[in-house]
Write a protein of this length. Structure first.
Length: 133
C-alpha cells in the first residue's frame, strides 16, 4: 500500500492563536479548515517541502532550521495511507496571504475544535501549547 507523507505548519500568532487556511471550492475537502502545508516532492526532505509549500500557499519565507517538529497523525487519503507531520513555526518573513485557499484565520485550539477540519488535522490540535508571537 502506498503511503502519502504530508507536512503542515502550526504558525504561532498572538494570544495563543494559530493560523489555519480554508480549502477552496472545487478542491477535495472543500470548505474545511486545515494547517497549511502539502506533499513532499521527490528529492525533498520534510522541512524543505514545508518551506516550499508555505512560500507557494502563503507567500511567506521560513528560514532553514526554524521549523520544529511537534506532532504527527495518521489517516487515509483515498486508497492511500496518510502520515501528516506537524511543525511549529514561530518566525517567518512576509504577511500570510491565501494564495490557494478561500480564507485564512487565526484560532485558539479551543476555537479549532468547533471548526470543520480534515480528520488527520483534528488530533494535532492537542499538541498546540501556548503560542509565542
Amino acid at each position: 500500500m502506498d503511503t502519502l507523507i504530508v507536512v503542515a505548519a502550526a504558525l504561532s500568532g498572538d494570544e495563543g492563536r494559530w493560523l489555519l487556511q480554508q480549502r477552496p471550492e472545487g478542491a477535495s475537502l472543500a470548505g474545511l479548515w486545515e494547517f497549511p502545508g502539502g506533499k513532499i516532492d521527490v528529492g525533498e526532505d520534510a522541512e524543505m517541502a514545508l518551506r516550499r509549500e508555505l512560500k507557494e500557499e502563503l507567500r511567506i519565507d521560513v528560514a532553514s532550521g526554524s521549523a520544529a517538529p511537534i506532532a504527527f497523525s495518521t489517516g487515509r487519503a483515498g486508497d492511500r495511507a496518510l502520515v501528516l507531520l506537524l511543525y511549529r513555526i514561530d518566525e517567518w518573513q512576509g504577511e500570510p496571504e491565501p494564495l490557494h485557499a478561500t480564507d485564512l484565520g487565526w484560532f485558539t485550539p479551543e476555537e479549532m475544535r468547533e471548526l470543520a477540519m480534515p480528520a488527520a488535522d483534528i488530533p494535532l490540535i492537542a499538541s498546540l501549547g501556548p503560542a509565542s508571537g
